[in-house]
Design a protein around this ligand. Sequence first.
Ligand code: ATP
Ligand code: MG
Length: 355
Amino acid sequence: MAQRSRILTGDTPTGVLHLGHYVGSIENRLRLQDEYDCYFLLANMHAFTTRADQPDQIRADTIEIVKDWLACGIDPDRSTIVLQTEVPAIAELSWYFAMLLPFNRVMRNPTLKTEIDAKGLGDTYPFGFPMYSVGQCADILAFRPEWVPVGQDQVAHIEMTREVARRFDQIYCGVDSKTEDEDFERAGGVFPIPKAMVGRVGRLVGTDGKQKMSKSLNNAIFLSDPPNVVKKKVGQIYTGRQSMTEAGDIDNALFQWVRAFIRDEERVKELEDRYSRGDNIGDGHVKAEIADAINTLLDPIRTRRARYDTPGGEDVVIDVIRSGTRRANEIAEQTLYMAKSAMGLDFGRRTLSGP
Ligand code: ATP
Ligand code: MG
């Protein structure tokens, strides 16, 4: 059987998963589990960039994110779950890649700039914060994937990853600078030039109606929120509209949610039409329909999640992490060996022994 192309993506345990993750990336992961060899990374090392003083919370969120994944339908028999801190090749590749990226190029990365602003990091963020964007190039390239399913905010990181891959292949593998992106491996490069795959909703706005929904910004509806909390949070979306007869803006946050979660297109059109004309329809009506649609989406996820929210649940999760990470290390070690050999660092191939 021909080898399947690989996919790599992941989430940082700075909290648990929310609806933005679902529409931005998880839907694609679920859809592609059969067609591709999928690797899903828990970026727990990167969680320390903003939470170095909260190791217990990082550990707890790591476990909870795996529960979220399993609850959504990520199947550990088909897909590989990878714990970043147990894949040494990623940390090593990060160093080599850091040499290929000018400092100013990293600091100009628009995703980093937005995050520094949105998270209020000011100028006191640790050195490791910008370093995480370099590390993310290594997370991805360690698996030499074809696709990286992500939300819109990550596209700038993927662009940087593509630059690093090209530079590495050109400098160390003699790939000609005129080579087309899809031909880099065929031309002798260690790394393919991976492509971002942005989900159905690339940027789901948060309940604040402004910023993207984010674990760290207190504007998220979590996949693990119970139905009444979903209702309450949807109720908080602010539009500024005053009455049921005021013509509404169908590009506002509320209608972004209508289109994201109400899957009956006829109904979406009808709501858009009535709202834009102010045809006796209150924000409250629309919010109630959105909350119902979200709860319908989350109900089966809640049922599956309950299986892991049991006394033995954490052990199951840890087993899934261990076995996945063992499989992941086979690929990542192979990549590291290929990369180091290309760099003249071919002083023998090590073997990892571990759990
Ligand atoms: P943090 O606030 O810590 O950065 P986050 O909510 O942005 O957390 P990440 O772990 O950084 O979550 O992102 C995981 C994946 O989910 C990425 O592919 C990202 O692009 C996607 N994603 C995150 N938020 C959204 C959103 N609001 N809409 C669509 N995709 C999203
Ligand atoms: Mg983020």
